[in-house]
Design a protein around this ligand. Structure first.
Ligand code: GCO
Length: 489
Protein backbone atom coordinates (compact mmCIF):
# COMPACT_ATOMS: atom_id res chain seq x y z
CA UNK A 1 0.00 0.00 0.00
CA UNK A 2 1.38 3.34 -1.00
CA UNK A 3 1.19 6.28 1.32
CA UNK A 4 0.32 9.02 -1.14
CA UNK A 5 0.03 11.97 1.19
CA UNK A 6 1.85 15.22 0.55
CA UNK A 7 4.41 16.41 3.08
CA UNK A 8 3.19 18.99 5.55
CA UNK A 9 3.77 22.50 4.27
CA UNK A 10 3.73 21.41 0.63
CA UNK A 11 2.89 24.39 -1.59
CA UNK A 12 -0.11 24.48 -3.94
CA UNK A 13 1.19 27.29 -6.11
CA UNK A 14 0.34 29.19 -9.26
CA UNK A 15 2.74 31.33 -11.29
CA UNK A 16 2.82 34.45 -13.46
CA UNK A 17 5.38 37.06 -14.57
CA UNK A 18 5.12 40.85 -14.67
CA UNK A 19 5.33 41.45 -18.43
CA UNK A 20 2.90 38.64 -19.16
CA UNK A 21 0.05 39.68 -16.84
CA UNK A 22 0.43 43.23 -15.53
CA UNK A 23 -0.38 45.45 -18.50
CA UNK A 24 -0.38 49.12 -17.47
CA UNK A 25 3.00 49.37 -19.16
CA UNK A 26 3.16 53.17 -18.99
CA UNK A 27 1.41 53.74 -15.69
CA UNK A 28 2.57 55.18 -12.39
CA UNK A 29 6.12 55.96 -13.32
CA UNK A 30 7.17 52.69 -14.94
CA UNK A 31 10.00 52.90 -17.46
CA UNK A 32 9.83 51.00 -20.75
CA UNK A 33 11.26 47.49 -20.90
CA UNK A 34 12.98 45.74 -23.75
CA UNK A 35 9.87 43.62 -24.30
CA UNK A 36 7.62 46.70 -24.40
CA UNK A 37 9.76 47.84 -27.31
CA UNK A 38 10.21 44.47 -29.02
CA UNK A 39 6.48 43.83 -28.95
CA UNK A 40 6.01 46.97 -31.04
CA UNK A 41 8.26 45.80 -33.84
CA UNK A 42 5.95 44.73 -36.67
CA UNK A 43 5.86 40.97 -36.92
CA UNK A 44 7.92 40.36 -33.80
CA UNK A 45 4.95 38.97 -31.89
CA UNK A 46 3.28 36.21 -33.85
CA UNK A 47 -0.28 37.53 -33.51
CA UNK A 48 0.80 41.19 -33.43
CA UNK A 49 -0.49 41.79 -29.93
CA UNK A 50 1.38 43.72 -27.26
CA UNK A 51 1.22 43.20 -23.52
CA UNK A 52 0.12 46.80 -22.93
CA UNK A 53 -3.13 45.60 -21.38
CA UNK A 54 -3.03 41.80 -21.25
CA UNK A 55 -4.68 40.87 -17.89
CA UNK A 56 -4.27 44.30 -16.30
CA UNK A 57 -3.17 42.51 -13.14
CA UNK A 58 -1.35 45.68 -12.14
CA UNK A 59 -4.78 47.01 -11.16
CA UNK A 60 -6.65 43.74 -10.69
CA UNK A 61 -4.21 41.97 -8.38
CA UNK A 62 -6.70 41.84 -5.52
CA UNK A 63 -9.28 40.04 -7.62
CA UNK A 64 -6.61 37.65 -8.91
CA UNK A 65 -5.19 36.83 -5.47
CA UNK A 66 -8.66 36.38 -3.99
CA UNK A 67 -9.78 34.13 -6.84
CA UNK A 68 -6.91 31.70 -6.34
CA UNK A 69 -7.25 31.85 -2.56
CA UNK A 70 -10.87 30.79 -3.04
CA UNK A 71 -9.86 27.54 -4.74
CA UNK A 72 -7.28 26.72 -2.08
CA UNK A 73 -4.05 28.00 -3.64
CA UNK A 74 -1.39 28.65 -1.00
CA UNK A 75 1.23 30.59 -3.01
CA UNK A 76 1.55 32.86 -6.03
CA UNK A 77 4.93 33.11 -7.71
CA UNK A 78 5.14 36.43 -9.57
CA UNK A 79 7.91 38.73 -10.77
CA UNK A 80 8.65 42.37 -10.12
CA UNK A 81 9.14 44.65 -13.06
CA UNK A 82 12.57 46.19 -12.49
CA UNK A 83 11.52 49.20 -14.61
CA UNK A 84 8.65 49.97 -12.23
CA UNK A 85 11.14 50.39 -9.42
CA UNK A 86 14.07 51.86 -11.35
CA UNK A 87 12.61 53.22 -14.60
CA UNK A 88 16.12 53.59 -16.08
CA UNK A 89 17.57 50.54 -14.37
CA UNK A 90 20.91 52.11 -13.60
CA UNK A 91 22.28 52.12 -10.04
CA UNK A 92 22.01 55.67 -8.72
CA UNK A 93 19.25 56.66 -11.16
CA UNK A 94 15.91 57.80 -9.68
CA UNK A 95 13.83 55.33 -7.71
CA UNK A 96 10.11 55.24 -8.55
CA UNK A 97 8.52 55.15 -5.11
CA UNK A 98 5.08 54.41 -6.58
CA UNK A 99 6.40 51.21 -8.12
CA UNK A 100 8.07 50.12 -4.90
CA UNK A 101 4.88 50.87 -2.94
CA UNK A 102 2.75 49.03 -5.48
CA UNK A 103 4.48 45.70 -4.91
CA UNK A 104 4.37 46.31 -1.19
CA UNK A 105 0.57 46.50 -1.49
CA UNK A 106 0.53 43.40 -3.69
CA UNK A 107 2.54 41.46 -1.11
CA UNK A 108 0.35 42.63 1.77
CA UNK A 109 -2.83 41.76 -0.03
CA UNK A 110 -1.61 38.26 -0.84
CA UNK A 111 -0.69 37.72 2.79
CA UNK A 112 -4.11 38.93 3.90
CA UNK A 113 -5.84 36.23 1.83
CA UNK A 114 -3.41 33.50 2.86
CA UNK A 115 -1.53 33.31 -0.44
CA UNK A 116 2.23 33.35 0.09
CA UNK A 117 3.97 35.81 -2.22
CA UNK A 118 6.94 34.19 -4.01
CA UNK A 119 9.01 36.90 -5.64
CA UNK A 120 11.22 36.76 -8.75
CA UNK A 121 13.44 39.78 -9.38
CA UNK A 122 13.96 39.30 -13.10
CA UNK A 123 11.70 37.51 -15.55
CA UNK A 124 13.24 38.78 -18.81
CA UNK A 125 11.83 42.33 -18.86
CA UNK A 126 15.09 44.31 -18.80
CA UNK A 127 14.66 48.08 -18.43
CA UNK A 128 14.99 49.31 -22.01
CA UNK A 129 17.55 51.93 -21.04
CA UNK A 130 20.01 49.19 -20.06
CA UNK A 131 19.59 47.43 -23.37
CA UNK A 132 20.07 50.62 -25.36
CA UNK A 133 22.85 51.96 -23.17
CA UNK A 134 25.09 48.92 -22.91
CA UNK A 135 23.40 45.83 -24.32
CA UNK A 136 21.73 44.53 -21.17
CA UNK A 137 23.18 41.29 -19.86
CA UNK A 138 25.87 41.16 -22.51
CA UNK A 139 27.65 43.91 -20.57
CA UNK A 140 29.41 43.47 -17.23
CA UNK A 141 27.88 46.78 -16.16
CA UNK A 142 24.60 45.01 -15.51
CA UNK A 143 26.07 43.20 -12.52
CA UNK A 144 26.21 46.26 -10.24
CA UNK A 145 22.92 47.64 -11.53
CA UNK A 146 21.14 44.37 -10.77
CA UNK A 147 22.66 44.05 -7.30
CA UNK A 148 21.67 47.63 -6.51
CA UNK A 149 18.07 46.91 -7.56
CA UNK A 150 18.07 43.62 -5.63
CA UNK A 151 19.18 45.34 -2.41
CA UNK A 152 16.38 47.88 -2.75
CA UNK A 153 13.69 45.23 -2.97
CA UNK A 154 15.22 42.96 -0.29
CA UNK A 155 15.17 45.89 2.10
CA UNK A 156 11.66 46.99 1.14
CA UNK A 157 9.93 43.61 1.44
CA UNK A 158 12.08 41.89 4.05
CA UNK A 159 10.10 39.80 6.49
CA UNK A 160 7.03 39.52 4.26
CA UNK A 161 8.47 37.30 1.51
CA UNK A 162 9.73 33.83 2.42
CA UNK A 163 10.80 32.59 -1.00
CA UNK A 164 12.83 34.62 -3.49
CA UNK A 165 14.27 34.06 -6.94
CA UNK A 166 16.90 36.20 -8.58
CA UNK A 167 16.41 35.01 -12.17
CA UNK A 168 13.86 33.11 -14.19
CA UNK A 169 15.27 30.57 -16.64
CA UNK A 170 18.58 32.28 -17.37
CA UNK A 171 19.41 29.88 -20.17
CA UNK A 172 16.39 31.13 -22.09
CA UNK A 173 16.99 34.84 -21.56
CA UNK A 174 20.69 34.41 -22.39
CA UNK A 175 20.30 31.73 -25.04
CA UNK A 176 17.80 33.58 -27.13
CA UNK A 177 19.78 36.81 -27.00
CA UNK A 178 21.48 35.74 -30.17
CA UNK A 179 18.13 35.75 -31.92
CA UNK A 180 17.13 39.26 -30.95
CA UNK A 181 17.37 41.44 -34.01
CA UNK A 182 19.05 44.29 -32.15
CA UNK A 183 21.60 42.24 -30.34
CA UNK A 184 24.66 42.68 -32.52
CA UNK A 185 24.35 46.41 -33.07
CA UNK A 186 23.45 47.24 -29.50
CA UNK A 187 26.03 45.21 -27.70
CA UNK A 188 29.32 46.78 -28.63
CA UNK A 189 32.19 44.36 -28.80
CA UNK A 190 29.98 41.34 -28.35
CA UNK A 191 29.20 39.31 -31.40
CA UNK A 192 26.08 37.21 -31.48
CA UNK A 193 27.81 33.86 -31.15
CA UNK A 194 29.57 34.83 -27.94
CA UNK A 195 26.63 36.84 -26.53
CA UNK A 196 24.92 33.90 -24.77
CA UNK A 197 28.14 33.15 -22.88
CA UNK A 198 28.88 36.75 -21.93
CA UNK A 199 25.30 36.90 -20.72
CA UNK A 200 25.65 33.70 -18.70
CA UNK A 201 28.84 35.01 -17.12
CA UNK A 202 27.34 38.38 -16.17
CA UNK A 203 24.04 36.93 -15.05
CA UNK A 204 25.69 34.39 -12.78
CA UNK A 205 27.85 37.09 -11.20
CA UNK A 206 24.73 39.24 -10.72
CA UNK A 207 23.00 36.26 -9.09
CA UNK A 208 25.92 35.53 -6.78
CA UNK A 209 26.28 39.21 -5.84
CA UNK A 210 22.58 39.53 -5.05
CA UNK A 211 22.59 36.37 -2.93
CA UNK A 212 25.69 37.57 -1.09
CA UNK A 213 23.92 40.86 -0.32
CA UNK A 214 20.79 38.94 0.73
CA UNK A 215 22.80 36.97 3.26
CA UNK A 216 24.90 39.89 4.47
CA UNK A 217 21.78 41.99 4.98
CA UNK A 218 20.24 39.18 7.02
CA UNK A 219 17.16 39.04 4.81
CA UNK A 220 14.50 36.60 5.98
CA UNK A 221 13.72 33.56 3.85
CA UNK A 222 15.30 31.44 1.12
CA UNK A 223 16.68 32.36 -2.27
CA UNK A 224 17.51 30.55 -5.52
CA UNK A 225 16.91 31.01 -9.26
CA UNK A 226 14.58 29.10 -11.60
CA UNK A 227 16.29 26.49 -13.76
CA UNK A 228 15.32 25.12 -17.11
CA UNK A 229 17.00 23.45 -20.01
CA UNK A 230 18.99 25.27 -22.71
CA UNK A 231 18.94 23.66 -26.10
CA UNK A 232 15.24 24.04 -26.49
CA UNK A 233 13.02 25.58 -23.89
CA UNK A 234 12.50 23.28 -20.94
CA UNK A 235 13.43 20.10 -22.70
CA UNK A 236 15.39 17.67 -20.67
CA UNK A 237 16.97 14.56 -22.00
CA UNK A 238 17.24 10.97 -20.97
CA UNK A 239 19.32 8.59 -23.12
CA UNK A 240 17.27 7.09 -25.89
CA UNK A 241 19.17 3.80 -25.88
CA UNK A 242 19.78 3.15 -22.22
CA UNK A 243 23.23 1.60 -22.43
CA UNK A 244 24.51 3.25 -25.57
CA UNK A 245 27.72 5.18 -24.90
CA UNK A 246 27.14 7.71 -27.68
CA UNK A 247 23.69 8.48 -26.38
CA UNK A 248 24.96 8.73 -22.85
CA UNK A 249 27.58 11.22 -23.98
CA UNK A 250 24.94 13.15 -25.90
CA UNK A 251 22.90 13.39 -22.70
CA UNK A 252 25.94 14.52 -20.78
CA UNK A 253 26.66 17.31 -23.25
CA UNK A 254 23.02 18.25 -23.41
CA UNK A 255 22.84 18.54 -19.63
CA UNK A 256 26.18 20.35 -19.29
CA UNK A 257 25.50 22.94 -21.96
CA UNK A 258 21.93 23.27 -20.72
CA UNK A 259 21.00 23.36 -17.05
CA UNK A 260 24.60 22.67 -16.09
CA UNK A 261 25.89 26.02 -17.35
CA UNK A 262 24.07 27.61 -14.42
CA UNK A 263 23.48 24.76 -11.99
CA UNK A 264 27.08 23.55 -11.93
CA UNK A 265 28.50 26.85 -10.66
CA UNK A 266 25.68 27.31 -8.15
CA UNK A 267 25.09 23.75 -6.86
CA UNK A 268 28.39 21.96 -7.44
CA UNK A 269 31.70 23.76 -7.45
CA UNK A 270 31.40 27.41 -8.44
CA UNK A 271 32.63 26.70 -11.95
CA UNK A 272 31.43 25.88 -15.47
CA UNK A 273 30.97 22.17 -16.19
CA UNK A 274 34.30 20.59 -17.23
CA UNK A 275 33.00 19.51 -20.64
CA UNK A 276 32.03 23.12 -21.34
CA UNK A 277 35.44 24.44 -20.34
CA UNK A 278 37.14 21.80 -22.46
CA UNK A 279 35.06 22.86 -25.45
CA UNK A 280 34.83 26.64 -25.27
CA UNK A 281 37.91 28.89 -25.35
CA UNK A 282 38.14 31.81 -22.98
CA UNK A 283 37.35 34.20 -25.81
CA UNK A 284 33.91 32.60 -25.90
CA UNK A 285 33.39 31.91 -22.26
CA UNK A 286 35.09 34.06 -19.62
CA UNK A 287 36.55 32.12 -16.69
CA UNK A 288 35.58 32.88 -13.10
CA UNK A 289 38.09 34.26 -10.59
CA UNK A 290 38.66 32.43 -7.31
CA UNK A 291 36.50 34.99 -5.51
CA UNK A 292 33.68 34.65 -8.03
CA UNK A 293 33.76 30.89 -7.68
CA UNK A 294 33.58 31.17 -3.91
CA UNK A 295 30.60 33.52 -4.21
CA UNK A 296 28.81 31.28 -6.70
CA UNK A 297 29.25 28.02 -4.86
CA UNK A 298 26.19 27.32 -2.68
CA UNK A 299 24.52 30.55 -3.79
CA UNK A 300 21.08 28.92 -3.65
CA UNK A 301 19.11 27.54 -0.72
CA UNK A 302 17.03 25.12 -2.79
CA UNK A 303 16.60 23.85 -6.36
CA UNK A 304 13.76 25.12 -8.57
CA UNK A 305 12.90 23.69 -11.95
CA UNK A 306 10.48 24.99 -14.54
CA UNK A 307 9.39 21.65 -15.94
CA UNK A 308 7.31 21.56 -19.09
CA UNK A 309 8.45 18.86 -21.44
CA UNK A 310 11.12 16.23 -21.68
CA UNK A 311 12.50 14.17 -24.48
CA UNK A 312 15.05 11.51 -25.06
CA UNK A 313 18.45 12.54 -26.34
CA UNK A 314 20.43 10.43 -28.75
CA UNK A 315 23.59 10.80 -30.75
CA UNK A 316 22.66 10.98 -34.43
CA UNK A 317 21.65 9.33 -36.60
CA UNK A 318 18.62 7.68 -35.07
CA UNK A 319 15.88 6.59 -37.41
CA UNK A 320 14.01 9.40 -39.03
CA UNK A 321 14.12 11.70 -36.03
CA UNK A 322 14.91 15.29 -36.78
CA UNK A 323 18.31 16.64 -36.07
CA UNK A 324 18.61 19.33 -33.48
CA UNK A 325 21.28 21.95 -34.01
CA UNK A 326 22.93 22.93 -30.77
CA UNK A 327 23.26 26.67 -30.59
CA UNK A 328 25.23 26.56 -27.38
CA UNK A 329 28.14 24.41 -28.40
CA UNK A 330 30.00 25.68 -31.46
CA UNK A 331 32.53 22.86 -31.32
CA UNK A 332 29.90 20.28 -31.98
CA UNK A 333 28.89 19.21 -35.44
CA UNK A 334 25.69 20.86 -36.63
CA UNK A 335 23.72 17.77 -35.81
CA UNK A 336 24.86 16.69 -32.41
CA UNK A 337 21.83 15.53 -30.53
CA UNK A 338 18.57 14.09 -31.65
CA UNK A 339 15.53 14.89 -29.59
CA UNK A 340 12.96 12.16 -29.61
CA UNK A 341 9.46 12.10 -28.39
CA UNK A 342 8.43 8.72 -27.09
CA UNK A 343 5.20 7.99 -28.86
CA UNK A 344 4.98 4.59 -27.19
CA UNK A 345 4.98 5.95 -23.70
CA UNK A 346 1.25 6.30 -23.59
CA UNK A 347 1.20 10.02 -23.06
CA UNK A 348 1.97 11.82 -26.22
CA UNK A 349 0.80 15.34 -26.63
CA UNK A 350 2.76 17.37 -29.05
CA UNK A 351 3.94 18.72 -31.08
CA UNK A 352 0.25 19.27 -31.18
CA UNK A 353 -1.54 19.02 -34.52
CA UNK A 354 -3.20 22.28 -33.52
CA UNK A 355 -1.34 25.00 -35.43
CA UNK A 356 -2.22 27.58 -32.79
CA UNK A 357 -0.65 25.72 -29.90
CA UNK A 358 2.94 25.90 -28.76
CA UNK A 359 5.13 23.66 -30.88
CA UNK A 360 8.00 23.16 -28.43
CA UNK A 361 5.82 21.84 -25.68
CA UNK A 362 5.95 18.09 -25.93
CA UNK A 363 4.28 17.13 -22.72
CA UNK A 364 5.59 13.92 -21.23
CA UNK A 365 4.50 13.78 -17.60
CA UNK A 366 5.35 10.08 -17.46
CA UNK A 367 9.02 11.10 -17.57
CA UNK A 368 8.83 13.42 -14.57
CA UNK A 369 10.21 10.95 -12.04
CA UNK A 370 13.26 10.14 -14.09
CA UNK A 371 13.77 13.81 -14.72
CA UNK A 372 13.62 14.86 -11.06
CA UNK A 373 15.93 12.00 -10.15
CA UNK A 374 18.51 13.14 -12.69
CA UNK A 375 18.34 16.70 -11.42
CA UNK A 376 18.93 15.65 -7.83
CA UNK A 377 21.72 13.25 -8.80
CA UNK A 378 23.58 15.95 -10.71
CA UNK A 379 22.77 19.07 -8.69
CA UNK A 380 21.83 17.97 -5.19
CA UNK A 381 19.86 20.26 -2.93
CA UNK A 382 17.96 19.74 0.33
CA UNK A 383 14.72 21.05 -1.12
CA UNK A 384 13.10 21.25 -4.52
CA UNK A 385 10.19 23.06 -6.13
CA UNK A 386 8.61 22.60 -9.52
CA UNK A 387 8.53 26.33 -9.97
CA UNK A 388 6.43 26.14 -13.16
CA UNK A 389 4.63 23.43 -15.10
CA UNK A 390 1.74 23.71 -17.51
CA UNK A 391 0.61 23.62 -21.10
CA UNK A 392 -1.73 25.36 -23.51
CA UNK A 393 -4.84 23.37 -24.36
CA UNK A 394 -4.69 21.94 -27.89
CA UNK A 395 -7.40 23.27 -30.21
CA UNK A 396 -8.61 25.81 -27.68
CA UNK A 397 -8.47 28.58 -30.27
CA UNK A 398 -10.88 26.65 -32.48
CA UNK A 399 -13.57 26.48 -29.83
CA UNK A 400 -16.16 29.18 -30.16
CA UNK A 401 -18.16 28.97 -26.96
CA UNK A 402 -16.80 29.76 -23.51
CA UNK A 403 -18.24 26.59 -21.99
CA UNK A 404 -16.18 24.58 -24.50
CA UNK A 405 -13.03 26.54 -23.81
CA UNK A 406 -13.35 25.98 -20.09
CA UNK A 407 -13.18 22.20 -20.56
CA UNK A 408 -9.39 22.03 -20.84
CA UNK A 409 -9.30 18.28 -20.44
CA UNK A 410 -5.85 17.67 -21.92
CA UNK A 411 -4.30 20.26 -19.64
CA UNK A 412 -6.18 18.80 -16.68
CA UNK A 413 -4.89 15.36 -17.53
CA UNK A 414 -1.36 16.81 -17.85
CA UNK A 415 -1.52 18.36 -14.38
CA UNK A 416 -2.99 15.26 -12.77
CA UNK A 417 -0.51 12.89 -14.40
CA UNK A 418 2.40 15.09 -13.37
CA UNK A 419 1.13 15.31 -9.81
CA UNK A 420 0.69 11.55 -9.64
CA UNK A 421 4.29 11.13 -10.75
CA UNK A 422 5.35 13.79 -8.25
CA UNK A 423 3.76 11.78 -5.43
CA UNK A 424 5.71 8.71 -6.51
CA UNK A 425 8.89 10.77 -6.77
CA UNK A 426 8.41 11.92 -3.19
CA UNK A 427 7.48 8.56 -1.69
CA UNK A 428 9.35 6.05 -3.85
CA UNK A 429 12.44 8.02 -4.84
CA UNK A 430 12.87 10.31 -1.85
CA UNK A 431 12.87 13.49 -3.94
CA UNK A 432 12.63 16.46 -1.53
CA UNK A 433 9.84 18.11 -3.53
CA UNK A 434 7.99 20.68 -1.42
CA UNK A 435 5.75 22.48 -3.88
CA UNK A 436 4.47 22.83 -7.43
CA UNK A 437 3.45 26.04 -9.22
CA UNK A 438 1.02 25.74 -12.11
CA UNK A 439 1.74 27.93 -15.09
CA UNK A 440 -0.34 29.89 -15.23
CA UNK A 441 -2.64 31.50 -12.72
CA UNK A 442 -4.52 33.08 -15.66
CA UNK A 443 -4.22 33.29 -19.45
CA UNK A 444 -1.52 35.79 -20.38
CA UNK A 445 0.86 37.18 -23.02
CA UNK A 446 3.06 34.30 -24.16
CA UNK A 447 6.17 36.22 -25.35
CA UNK A 448 6.70 35.87 -29.12
CA UNK A 449 3.42 34.00 -29.46
CA UNK A 450 1.24 36.79 -28.09
CA UNK A 451 -2.18 36.30 -26.56
CA UNK A 452 -3.22 33.28 -28.59
CA UNK A 453 -1.72 30.41 -26.61
CA UNK A 454 -3.69 30.22 -23.38
CA UNK A 455 -1.74 28.65 -20.54
CA UNK A 456 -4.11 29.82 -17.79
CA UNK A 457 -6.04 27.63 -15.39
CA UNK A 458 -8.44 30.57 -15.63
CA UNK A 459 -9.76 31.96 -18.89
CA UNK A 460 -9.43 35.69 -19.50
CA UNK A 461 -11.78 37.50 -21.83
CA UNK A 462 -9.44 40.09 -23.35
CA UNK A 463 -12.33 42.46 -24.10
CA UNK A 464 -14.01 42.52 -20.70
CA UNK A 465 -11.02 41.20 -18.65
CA UNK A 466 -13.40 38.81 -16.95
CA UNK A 467 -11.73 35.76 -15.40
CA UNK A 468 -13.37 32.31 -15.35
CA UNK A 469 -12.01 29.10 -13.80
CA UNK A 470 -11.29 26.31 -16.24
CA UNK A 471 -11.68 22.59 -15.52
CA UNK A 472 -7.97 22.42 -14.62
CA UNK A 473 -8.42 24.96 -11.81
CA UNK A 474 -11.12 22.85 -10.17
CA UNK A 475 -9.11 19.67 -10.67
CA UNK A 476 -6.02 21.17 -9.03
CA UNK A 477 -8.15 22.45 -6.18
CA UNK A 478 -9.67 19.01 -5.62
CA UNK A 479 -6.34 17.23 -5.90
CA UNK A 480 -4.66 19.39 -3.27
CA UNK A 481 -7.68 19.42 -0.96
CA UNK A 482 -7.81 15.64 -1.13
CA UNK A 483 -4.14 15.58 -0.11
CA UNK A 484 -4.64 17.91 2.82
CA UNK A 485 -3.28 21.08 1.21
CA UNK A 486 -5.81 23.88 1.14
CA UNK A 487 -5.73 27.61 1.85
CA UNK A 488 -8.17 27.82 4.72
CA UNK A 489 -7.95 31.56 5.24
C1 GCO B 1 9.08 30.43 -18.73
C2 GCO B 1 8.24 31.09 -18.59
C3 GCO B 1 6.88 31.54 -18.85
C4 GCO B 1 6.25 30.97 -20.06
C5 GCO B 1 5.86 29.55 -19.89
C6 GCO B 1 5.09 28.96 -21.02
O1 GCO B 1 9.63 30.82 -17.62
O2 GCO B 1 9.33 29.78 -19.72
O3 GCO B 1 8.48 31.52 -17.27
O4 GCO B 1 7.11 32.91 -18.95
O5 GCO B 1 5.14 31.72 -20.37
O6 GCO B 1 7.02 28.80 -19.73
O7 GCO B 1 5.84 29.00 -22.19
Amino acid sequence: FLNLSLPEGFIFGVATSAYQVEGATKMEGKGPTTWDWLSRLPGFIQDNTTADITDLQYYLYKEDAARVAAIGVTAHSFSLSWARIYPFGVAGSPLNQQGLDHYSDVIDYHLSVGVEPVVTLYHWDTPLALTVYYGGFTSPQIVDDFIHYAKTVFQAYNGRVKTWYTFNEPSVSCGFLSQYPFNVSLAPGVNSSTAPYQCAYNLLRAHAGAVKAFREMGIHGEIAYKNNDFVQVSQFGLPWRANDTDDTEAVERHASFGIGMYANPVYVNGDWPQIVKDTLPESYLPRFTEQEMADLKCSADFFAIDSYASQYVAAPPVGTATCQANMSDPAWPACNTVMLHDSNAGWAVGPSPDPASIAWLQATPQMLRGYLQQLMDRWPSPKMYISEFGMDEPFESMRTELFQILEDTTTTNYFMTNLGEALLAIHEDGIPLMGTFSWAMIDNAEWYFGLEPRFGIQHVNYTTLERTYKRSAYALSEFFAAHGIFNAK
